[in-house]
Design a protein around this ligand. Structure first.
Ligand code: NAD
Ligand SMILES: O=C(O)C(=O)C[C@@H](O)[C@H](O)[C@H](O)COP(=O)(O)O
Ligand code: ZN
Length: 348
């Protein structure tokens, strides 16, 4: 399946089992940045196709999204005298492709970038759309750039190698795309059997990619509509930050979706909280950090959607009808307390 992303620099997202065998890059000189947790056969497949002259094994997962790793990788490229017409290829989950893209955006003020996502979350969300960056202790993704890839290959066969909890983390972004734009995806996730061997896996991944592709085609740099893709993320990012980025993004988003559902209902929207509860039952998040509102509030205040009038939340008027609004802190607190009581009861 091929999904096209439009805009100033259009590109294609290829989704199929075996897609890594199709990878093709026009630039002659190449740097491959890969998550060291990606199973070796996948790295070898890409290596043999692309013959990269620079290879960097990145620390697993979120550990690579730091300014320290960013600077080290830049120095590696510079020592190899990689020129401006070279390409950076990111292979791995969302963390690796976020880091690789930020490197590509900054090295020599920008070189070509390609993504080869190997997690569900990476395929349906992170590898598409050009948000790249790293974390700061002060918050999630606080440094970065919009730097779209020139091509994306989603090899669904790689998903069979994921720990099942990591697969279910990625389902949070599929489910989010369902809530904001294509409710069929919500059913696909919670109605039973959604896993790496699901019968319609490629179709579901492609459908979820399409939601993202359509939004970023219309609004690459989040001047408006792109903020809808941030549904559930205001609380999710604060939870990640409060744990020093130890809570996996997909679990944080699962929690954040339920909070956003409760807040939306409080503000007069359709009640979709039974659906988000069903998602949490599917996802079975493993941990819940020990925190109170006072702990997360400073991180919520630093959310990137905030403007000079305060924090803005993405809310649902009803399924597939998202909107963005400032919300009184009193309402946020009520929804937070309700959410906290529910999730504490769920994760014992
Ligand atoms: N740029 C965006 O638009 C965007 C969108 C959503 C999320 N993100 C970012 O993505 C990150 C989360 O991505 P993620 O959920 O993919 O997690 P991740 O990148 O941290 O990867 C999770 C784990 O899976 C391992 N792994 C990767 N591929 C594997 C495979 N095929 N088999 C076995 N193990 C494998 C990794 O080594 C890692 O330990 C967060 O940093 C989040 O902020 C970015
Ligand atoms: O692509 C987007 O835009 C999103 O908001 C997708 C999110 O799932 C993703 O986690 C993104 O990295 C969050 O962006 P941020 O700007 O809130 O850091
Ligand atoms: Zn996300």
């Amino acid at each position: 399946m091929r999904i096209d992303v439009g805009g100033a620099a259009p590109y294609a997202v290829s989704v199929r089992s075996g897609a890594l065998q199709d990878v093709a890059v026009s630039e002659r000189r190449r740097a491959l940045l890969f998550d060291e947790g990606v199973p070796r056969p996948f790295v070898d497949e890409v290596r043999s196709r692309l013959q990269p002259e620079v290879e960097v094994a990145l620390p697993r997962g979120e550990a690579c999204k730091t300014l320290t790793v960013f600077a080290e990788v830049l120095s590696t490229l510079a020592r190899a005298a990689l020129p401006r017409d070279a390409a950076v290829i990111g292979l791995g989950g969302g963390a690796a492709t976020d880091l690789a893209g930020f490197v590509a955006s900054a090295y020599l003020r920008g070189v070509a970038f390609y993504t080869l996502p190997t997690t569900l979350l990476g395929q349906v969300d992170a590898a598409v759309g050009g948000k790249t960056g790293v974390n700061l202790p002060e918050g999630k993704n606080l440094v970065g750039a919009f730097w779209p890839p020139k091509g994306v290959w989603c090899d669904t066969a790689t998903l069979a190698a994921l720990p099942s909890a990591t697969f279910r983390e990625g389902a949070a972004e599929v489910f989010k795309h369902g809530l904001i734009a294509d409710p069929v995806l919500c059913d696909d996730v919670v109605s039973g059997g959604f896993g790496p061997h699901a019968a319609h896996l490629e179709e579901i991944v492609g459908r979820a990619v399409k939601v993202k592709a359509d939004v970023v085609t219309r609004d690459l740099t989040e001047r408006g509509e792109r903020a809808h893709l941030n549904f559930g993320h205001t609380l999710a990012h604060a939870l990640e930050a409060v744990t020093g980025h130890a809570l996996p993004h997909g679990e944080a988003v699962g929690y954040g979706l339920h909070f956003a559902a409760l807040l939306s209902r409080r503000l007069g929207g359709e009640d979709v909280s039974k659906l988000t509860e069903r998602f949490l039952a599917y996802q079975r998040p493993r941990s819940l950090p020990d925190f109170a509102w006072q702990d997360v509030a400073p991180f919520v205040a630093r959310d990137k959607k905030a403007d000079s009038r305060g924090v803005r939340f993405v809310l649902l008027e009803k399924l597939a009808r998202p909107y963005v609004a400032h919300v009184d802190e009193a309402d946020v607190r009520v929804a937070f307390d309700e959410w906290h009581a529910f999730v504490r009861g769920m994760v014992k």
